[in-house]
Write a protein of this length. Structure first.
Length: 434
């Protein structure tokens, strides 16, 4: 009963209910944060102060999204996105699964080879909606594709966003007293990627039935049939994406990578000097809402941490374990799901849970590989289903361009079922064998 009255549990339940009732995510996060503070004995005024003060925790991520949004807007202005959309349309030939595979690979590339993350979705997907409508393709298929493509690579591959995620795990685990290297992480997390792949396959099969949408934009469909002409500016745009990746890997700074790419486009006059303002405004229009949600989510996470509720929640749960490794893995993975569902970011969840999980897992006799795996999975779990996650916000931004794709029921719930359930299963069982 004590666990059910924990501020984290109360807050996440309130957040989930408000989102399912279609209250805007920004308001749902704010209300849930205040409820977490109040239930932890923090005054309303102090809760607001902690909330606002904590918004800067995701400032780097928010800036990254704005700059990447500007890069994505520029890609759209050059026509590179239209060329890619037409190329995809010519390859698809009316086959839903072909389109699903292409989008999955594109999403995977956006977090590794050309690290623009979700910024490509609002510019690539809208031109394809008419084609999808003609195929009667259930857009939940692509929501599933995005969930896998955006999430599985950073969990399993130490490149670009994966390098950031693995670095956070390494630093957090080492700070908690267990010395590990970066190479230890991907050797432990591959099973999570396999579990997600199973969820991807099952999800694509389940959502492959026809679903009818109203075709509101015939012009996009006609545009897909135009001849493909690749110009110098398109090659320069591609080069800018490579520059973004190289600079990010060298500096470990996503904003610097995006800024370097934009600088190249300005220097080569792909972006005219007088168009820089338009480029920035376009980036804000594309990604501003998501960036602000990330700031709000950081404020929410800060209130949760300052309440002390995470520590007490984990301690209360472990008091019931009785030394059982199975009960321990179940508790850690489930708590990770609850925390990440509320915070909305796996990257921000790692430091929250690692300091507590490492000593407790060591006491229960888990191996270093098992501890790494549980922390990675526990942190990443709710990312696919959280209404405040970029893994769900990004796909909705593209798939709902014509107002026919609902964020919670068409993106969050399908991703949760297809990915969080398999990750829960392997997260609980696999640590017992490694």
């Amino acid at each position: 009963m004590e666990i059910l009255l924990n501020p984290v549990i109360i807050s996440v339940i309130v957040l989930s209910v408000l989102c399912l009732l279609k209250l805007p995510v920004l308001l749902a996060l704010l209300v849930s944060a205040l409820i977490a503070g109040l239930s932890a004995g923090i005054s309303l005024t102090d809760s607001i102060g902690i909330f606002v003060g904590g918004m800067g925790g995701n400032a780097n991520t928010a800036l990254s999204y704005i700059l990447l949004g500007a890069l994505a807007y520029t890609i759209n202005k050059t026509g590179a996105a239209d060329i890619l959309a037409r190329k995809i349309a010519s390859v698809v030939k009316g086959n839903k699964f072909t389109l699903a595979i292409i989008i999955t690979l594109t999403a995977m590339a956006s977090g590794t080879i050309i690290p623009i993350h979700i910024a490509f979705i609002p510019i690539l997907i809208p031109p394809l909606l008419s084609l999808m409508n003609k195929m009667k393709m259930d857009r939940r298929m692509l929501a599933i594709c995005f969930g896998f493509g955006l999430k599985a690579p950073y969990i399993t591959i130490p490149i670009a966003y994966g390098a950031i995620f693995h670095g956070i795990i390494k630093d957090s685990v080492n700070a908690a007293g267990l010395n590990i290297g970066l190479s230890d992480i991907w050797k432990s997390t591959w099973m999570a990627g396999l579990a997600m792949f199973v969820g991807l396959v099952l999800g694509l099969i389940y959502f492959s039935k026809d679903r009818t949408y109203v075709d509101k934009d015939e012009e996009n469909n006609e545009g897909l049939e135009k001849a493909i002409v690749v110009e110098t500016k398109h090659w320069l745009t591609l080069a800018a994406g490579v520059v973004a990746l190289v600079v990010q890997l060298m500096t470990e700074s996503l904003p610097l990578g995006a800024l370097a790419a934009l600088t190249l486009l300005i220097a080569t006059r792909v972006i005219k000097w007088n168009d820089i303002q338009e480029m920035l405004e376009g980036g804000i229009k594309l990604m501003g809402f998501i960036a602000f949600v990330m700031l709000i989510a950081s404020g929410y996470a800060t209130v949760i941490r300052e309440s002390g509720a995470v520590d007490s929640l984990v301690e209360s749960a472990f008091a019931l374990l009785g030394g059982s490794k199975l009960a321990g893995s179940f508790t850690m993975i489930t708590l990770g799901l609850i925390i990440t569902m509320g915070i909305g970011t796996s990257f921000g969840t790692v430091p929250v849970i690692a300091a507590i999980y490492v000593p407790l897992a060591v006491k229960l006799g888990f191996s270093p590989a098992a501890i790494i795996f549980m922390i990675a999975v526990a942190a990443a779990l709710g990312d696919a289903g959280s209404p405040a996650s970029d893994t769900t916000l990004g796909p909705t931004a593209g798939l709902n361009a014509d107002g026919q794709h609902e964020h919670i029921w068409d993106t969050c719930v399908p991703q949760f079922v297809c990915y969080d359930i398999p990750l829960l299963i392997v997260g609980i069982i696999w640590p017992l064998f490694i």
